[in-house]
Write a protein that binds this ligand. Structure first.
Ligand code: AMP
Length: 286
């Protein structure tokens, strides 16, 4: 496995892959890799001849009060996971490589996709995400890229950007990997105290309760919303940021659930924000 630290090194590796006709799958990450990341790597592995992973804690997607400095960076363990998973190349640049002095070009996906939910709570977050992902696509030039459903709004925004900018990258969105008690794996779960960790599955429980209601025919988004709010309210450690039913491709809230819907939830446990979501496929009438 190659550890690449500069843009030139990645370009050289990519040129080698191209010269021997290898299809490259790409998994962008911020490191602190877990089984969720591993599932993306495995998907990339099975659909391509070579896999590249980036490990880069991207400062421009963190707000000034957020956890950029304390974000976990266990590089050796991350490299071991990549090696074990059969990754060919890891791109792990310094911040100055990605954002050299004078950097001033940004990618902005406008509208509800970047301004609602995570975008409303984290102003500028999706500008940072779109900018780093476009840069990484330009540097790595993958045939396909793998993102997690766990960050549904991010995946949706990247899909939009790929379409709007005619990027020659095929996007795959992989299912959320969870702990046995339903908590979605996240690099931020390590921040939770033992008590918060015990209570954190309430987010998944709220989503599942809401899903059950929709599958039983509930169409009123207001009722579905209330179910999620009430479920989270049973846990005093959790402060709800939002719970909503949205259209999966636009993130516009729905009032009447007549079609497939995406349930969103986000809450704070102390200083730790957790997000989760559940796509609900409504049974079709025969
Ligand atoms: P991150 O390192 O948090 O930026 O995540 C890198 C990629 O892994 C993103 O596409 C995430 O959506 C994805 N990811 C994170 N957690 C999970 C999970 N539990 N299951 C599946 N994919 C995930």
């Amino acid at each position: 496995m190659k550890l690449l630290r500069t843009v030139e090194e990645v370009r050289q590796w990519r040129a080698e892959m191209r010269s021997i006709g290898r299809r490259v799958g790409f998994v962008p990450t911020m490191g602190a890799l877990h089984a969720g990341h591993r599932s993306l790597i495995d998907a990339a592995r099975s659909g391509n001849d070579a896999v590249a992973v980036s490990i880069f804690v991207n400062p421009t997607q963190f707000g000034p009060q957020e956890d950029f400095d304390r974000y976990p960076r266990p590089l050796e363990a991350d490299l071991a996971l990549c090696r074990e998973a059969g990754v060919e190349a890891v791109f792990h640049p310094d911040v100055s490589v990605v954002y050299p002095p004078g950097f001033c070009t940004w990618v902005e996906v406008r509208g509800p996709l970047s301004e609602s939910f995570e975008g409303a709570i984290r102003p500028g977050h999706f500008r940072g995400v779109a900018t780093i992902v476009l840069k990484l696509f330009e540097i790595v030039q993958p045939d396909s890229a793998y993102f997690g459903q766990k960050d549904a709004q991010q995946a949706c925004l990247i899909r939009r950007m790929i379409g709007d900018l005619n990027l020659p990258v095929e996007l795959f969105v992989c299912p959320t990997v969870r702990e046995p008690d339903g908590l979605a794996l996240s690099s931020r779960n390590v921040y939770l105290s033992p008590e918060q960790r015990r209570k954190a599955p309430v987010l998944y429980q709220a989503l599942k309760r809401a899903e059950a209601a929709v599958l039983q025919g509930e169409t009123r988004a207001e009722v579905v919303h209330r179910l999620m709010v009430e479920t989270v309210a049973t846990v005093k450690e959790a402060q709800l940021d939002y719970a909503a039913a949205v259209a999966p491709n636009t993130f516009l809230p729905v009032e009447t659930i007549e079609d497939d819907v995406l349930l969103l939830i986000a809450a704070r446990f102390g200083n730790t924000r957790l997000i989760d979501n559940l796509p609900v496929v409504r049974p079709r009438n025969a």
